[in-house]
Design a binder for this molecule. Structure first.
Ligand code: PAF
Length: 281
């Protein structure tokens, strides 16, 4: 496994790969968990060479405390990746290596996808994601890139990004990996206490309840049900719950049986923000 911290040496290493080699790419912000590893293993199975980037991208954080406290575990990340079998390159750039002297995000119009849910609650977040993913795609030039469905809105936005930027990358969404108690795997889980982990299982339980009741209950009643479940738990704050059209991500008020819906949720456990989602039909 090779590790590059400089864009130039990474580009050089990639340019010396065989011409027909398929390059898979897994962009991450580190603090790797089994969910990331499953993306890397899928990429390794489907490509000749895989690049994993580890970079906590400053422009996608709208809250500086969140950026500061984002878990950073590069040594653990590298030892996890070293255990994998296959042709793997790790790219660990510095902020200055990707942003030079201006740490700014490009302004994107993702056709409205950026204004829903996470976009409403994390101003400028998707401009930051679009900016960094575009930079990374232009450096790595992957054939395929792998993203987890936990960040379902991000996945849809990255699909739109490659169309806008005209990049020849196949975007592959991968199912959410969960802990045994149902909690969606996330780097942010590392910041939760054992008690908070236990309490946070309400997220998965509630999403499951919504899925089970979806065909027989109105969206308005499901919204009320979720609000009530969270009122019973004083340690978790429900930031939003929405049932949205899976394609447009627009909030659904009524069901249309020709459309696909997904439930999306964001919850605060003290200052740790957890998101999750689940297909409903
Ligand atoms: O999902 C993430 O970890 C990040 O948003 C990404 C895609 C690596 C961009 O910084």
């Amino acid at each position: 496994m090779l590790i590059h911290t400089q864009k130039e040496t990474l580009v050089h290493a990639l340019s010396s790969a065989a011409k027909n080699d398929k390059i898979g790419f897994v962009p991450t912000m580190g603090a790797l968990h089994k969910g990331h590893i499953s993306l890397v293993n899928k990429a390794l199975a489907e490509n000749d060479l895989v690049v994993v980037s580890i970079f906590v991208n400053p422009t996608q954080f709208n809250n500086s405390a969140d950026l500061q406290k984002y878990p950073r575990t590069p040594e653990d990340d590298i030892s996890l990746l070293k255990r994998l079998k296959g042709d793997l390159i790790v790219y660990l750039p510095e902020v200055s290596g990707l942003y030079e002297d201006s740490i700014f995000a490009k302004k994107y119009n993702f056709g409205g996808l950026e204004n829903e849910m996470e976009g409403k609650h994390r101003s400028g977040h998707f401009d930051g994601v679009g900016t960094i993913v575009n930079k990374l795609f232009r450096i790595v030039k992957p054939d395929a890139a792998y993203f987890g469905e936990k960040d379902f809105q991000q996945l849809q936005i990255v699909k739109k990004l490659v169309a806008i930027e005209n990049l020849p990358v196949k975007i592959i969404g991968c199912a959410i990996l969960r802990e045994d108690n149902g909690l969606a795997m996330s780097s942010r889980n590392k910041r939760l206490s054992a008690k908070q982990i236990e309490e946070a299982t309400i997220i998965y339980r509630t999403l499951n309840e919504v899925r089970e009741k979806f065909s027989s209950t109105s969206i308005a009643d499901l919204n009320t049900l979720v609000a009530e479940r969270f009122l019973q738990n004083p340690h978790l704050e429900l930031e939003y719950f929405e049932i949205a059209n899976e394609k447009t991500l627009k909030t659904a008020k009524r069901k249309n049986e020709d459309l696909k819906y997904r439930a999306f949720i964001a919850v605060l456990a003290d200052e740790v923000r957890l998101i999750d989602n689940m297909p409903l039909n």
